[in-house]
Design a protein around this ligand. Structure first.
Ligand code: ADP
Ligand code: MG
Length: 289
């Protein structure tokens, strides 16, 4: 790579909202054939809003009060949706608050052990969610994220949120596919929710219920098959995968850790920037050869 063309490319990138860490990142990106994308905050807005509340054995207000009490302590994008969506509920103060990465939150509230999160968290709490499963599945088929609340190991209901697909995502996906990139969606969200979103975007390859380490494992699996892999994500969850990808792409709107792990940073944080970066990388590499 001639330093001159890389410099020109880097400058053009910056003006187009793509920050390129170094010449190697640009060079490697021209060779990438597979793109792993996180769902929440990458394909979607990352600003979920509360849509459904289904209480079981408690009032709707009590369910929202407890969920909000826990989520005030969390920095997860889902947490803000719950706190905002709960509205004017009593502000109970949780004790022994614990964030369970990729599962939810847990604390003691008014002496009770309260947990809020996914089915795996409910299993850990010993809470039987059988009576809520059908409802959860219906919500997930609509692309919503359904979270369960348990009180002292008893399932007390579901709160669901929906996160809109970014306006630019569908076209960007089609363009990236037309560039010959294989796109794989990886998300911590449930399989049904992930499938519902993937269907809307025409994505066939979906990995759901994936932990941060799981995203690294998917990356390594694809690399072992001979793929050259870029990973796009925004969250703290995505940082390990961004760091171990051939090219890590941070959506600029996300967490600082994501930015530190990335070879490319998209200032505007939508997939259109990946397409621009890809065309730029190819143009620069053509000039060099
Ligand atoms: P993503 O990859 O979509 O950003 P995460 O790995 O952060 O998702 O979380 C996976 C799942 O764990 C979420 O879909 C949700 O069900 C549950 N979860 C995680 N954090 C929270 C939280 N603060 N409150 C409720 N549920 C949570
Ligand atoms: Mg995310």
């Amino acid at each position: 790579a001639t330093p001159m063309s890389v410099m020109v490319g880097t400058g053009r990138g910056a003006r187009a909202g793509v920050l390129i860490r170094d010449a190697e990142a640009l060079e490697r990106f021209a060779k990438v054939d597979t793109l792993i994308v996180d769902k929440t905050g990458t394909l979607t807005e990352g600003k979920p809003a509360l849509t459904d509340v289904i209480a079981q054995g408690v009032t709707r207000d009590r369910l929202l009060t407890l969920a909000a009490a826990l989520e005030r302590g969390s920095e997860h994008p889902l947490a803000e949706a719950i706190v905002t969506g709960a509205g004017e509920v009593p502000k109970l103060v949780p004790e022994a608050f614990e964030a369970v990465t990729g599962q939810g939150v847990r604390a003691r509230v008014e002496g009770a052990r309260v947990a809020f999160g996914n089915a795996a968290l409910m299993a850990e709490e010993g809470a039987d969610i059988a009576a809520l499963t059908e409802t959860a599945e219906r919500l997930q088929s609509e692309g919503k994220t359904a979270m369960f609340l348990s009180v002292d190991g008893q399932a007390a209901g579901i709160v669901a949120v929906a996160d809109r697909i970014k306006e630019t995502t569908p076209q960007a996906i089609r363009d990236l596919q037309a560039e010959g990139l294989r796109i794989v969606m990886a998300t911590g969200d449930s399989p049904r929710t992930a499938q519902a979103v993937a269907r809307q975007l025409g994505l066939a390859d979906v990995r759901a219920g994936v932990s941060p380490e799981g995203k690294v494992a998917i990356l390594n699996e694809l690399k072992a098959q001979g793929a050259s892999v870029a990973m796009a994500g925004d969250g703290v969850n995505d940082a390990p995968a961004l760091a171990s990808a051939d090219v890590g792409i941070a959506m600029g709107t996300g967490a600082d850790v994501a930015l530190e792990s990335a070879g490319l940073t998209l200032v505007k944080g939508d997939l259109t920037g990946i397409l621009r970066a890809r065309r730029l990388a190819e143009a620069v590499m053509r000039n060099i050869r």
